[in-house]
Design a protein around this ligand. Structure first.
Ligand code: UDP
Length: 403
């Protein structure tokens, strides 16, 4: 973990001074994050940086993970998709499975935090353990158009929390608790995002037998239908008719996403041995993801639904031109034709990618603007300040805190 002062050249000393000052006010409080996986997906990515950073600031931050079997994670993945508004067949049995695993976690997980910070629906029922401490529910999903049966079920739990946090204004819901809008962030000094030498980038390309000469289009995402890997291949094929290019579809596994293997097989089948399509099942390797993003001419994020879309921030931070769907938190990050290109279809994605490959100066400008936008809005230092103010506000409910 980078030492805090190393962030000063990026964000300026006043930002770090503020963080130290605010963090000092949390002395003696334990902040306990709880989610459902230590590896894979945006939530784990954020916590793996946020918790050490809070500790470095002198805050007693911890991170615990609930347990669940395959049946539980199959149900929570259905819930996840349903909350994103994707049609799902949800039965009474699904709610029973959810409650059964939740009860086991209620018995086993020690919710010792002065502030218990619960991420996403999987651990939401732990609120039954609330006993004089403060509880926050952090929703990383775009629930602007949720499957109502699932949302009403979850809402009953959320109503007992002290506060709820959403990533974007459009995601919030009517709730009887205080709501905060806090967008996620990336860590500019993590292995995922720090500068890399050309040698490291080339070594990663060699490892995966990817020639550096031909332009590379890349989507980094869990193998998940909502990330639309099939649409990515279709878009690449449309581009390929005009420009000789390669496609990287790289993803890893997440413990709480049991669909990954099946989707990976579908994607391999669809790629049909095209030697310019590189389908990579990555080990948890932040430097490799970083290198693949940096080696790319264009980054694609053709999600059908999205929470925030950290991969977009990661690419923009590397000043890469990005083509991404106009869904979830992506339009917060990409202003069309300014910090990237938004698309609505396979054809739209292909058109935008072609435009960027054919016009490197335009691509460069979008990338530069994107980096500036991320620097101003989506770095971990801004996120930490928002979180610390949120924590402090729980002890001062009568004061208005602007986040
Ligand atoms: N990621 C990774 N390896 C992979 C696929 C994804 O490290 O093979 C990371 C990616 O770089 C990003 C996070 O996982 O930091 C995904 O977050 P995002 O918000 O884009 O999507 P989510 O998976 O949470 O839906």
């Amino acid at each position: 973990m980078a030492k805090i002062d190393e962030y000063i050249p990026i964000v300026g000393k006043p930002v770090i001074d503020d963080l130290r000052l605010l963090a000092d006010k949390l002395k003696g409080r334990v902040i306990q994050h709880i989610n459902s996986t230590r590896l894979g997906g945006g939530v784990a990515e954020i916590l793996s940086r946020m918790v050490p950073f809070l500790k470095e600031l002198g805050v007693d931050a911890r991170w615990d993970v609930i347990k669940g079997g395959n049946d539980f994670f199959e149900v929570t993945k259905k819930f996840h998709n349903a909350l994103h508004g994707s049609p799902q067949d949800i039965s009474g049995g699904d709610f029973d499975i959810f409650m059964q695993a939740s009860r086991a976690n209620i018995n086993e997980v020690d919710t010792y935090g002065d502030i218990v910070f619960v991420h996403d629906p999987q651990p939401v029922a732990l609120i039954e353990k609330k006993a004089g401490n403060k509880w926050i529910w952090r929703c990383h999903i775009d629930i602007s158009n949720p499957h109502l049966k699932v949302w009403h079920f979850l809402k009953d739990f959320v109503a007992s929390y002290d506060a709820a946090v959403f990533s974007a204004p459009g995601f919030s819901q009517r709730l009887p608790v205080r709501q905060f809008l806090i967008s996620p962030s990336i860590d500019p000094l993590s292995d995922k995002n720090r500068e890399l030498s050309r040698e490291i980038i080339d070594a990663v390309l060699r490892k995966y037998n990817i020639p550096a000469e031909k332009p590379i289009i890349t989507q980094i995402s869990r193998f998940d239908r909502l990330k639309d890997p099939a649409g990515v291949i279709d878009a690449y094929r449309l581009v390929k008719k005009y420009i000789d290019c390669q496609l990287i579809l790289a993803g890893g596994a997440a413990v709480d996403d049991p669909e990954g293997q099946k989707v990976l097989e579908e994607v391999r089948e669809k790629a049909q041995n095209d030697e310019d399509i590189h389908i990579l099942l990555l080990p948890q390797s932040d430097i490799e993801v970083n290198a693949l993003q940096r080696a790319s001419a264009v980054i694609l994020q053709k999600s059908l639904r999205e929470g925030f879309g950290l991969t977009v921030s990661e690419a923009l931070w590397k000043a890469k031109p990005v083509v991404a769907s106009n869904v979830g938190g992506i339009p917060l990050q990409i202003k069309h034709k300014n910090s990237g290109l938004l698309c609505h279809s396979v054809e739209g994605a292909a058109f935008a990618v072609k435009q960027l490959l054919n016009n490197p100066r335009f691509a460069l400008k979008l990338g530069e603007n994107g980096r500036e936008h991320v620097k101003n809005n989506f770095l971990i230092t801004r996120h930490l300040k928002d979180y610390i103010l949120l924590f402090l506000s729980l002890y001062h409910p009568e004061d208005i805190v602007y986040l």
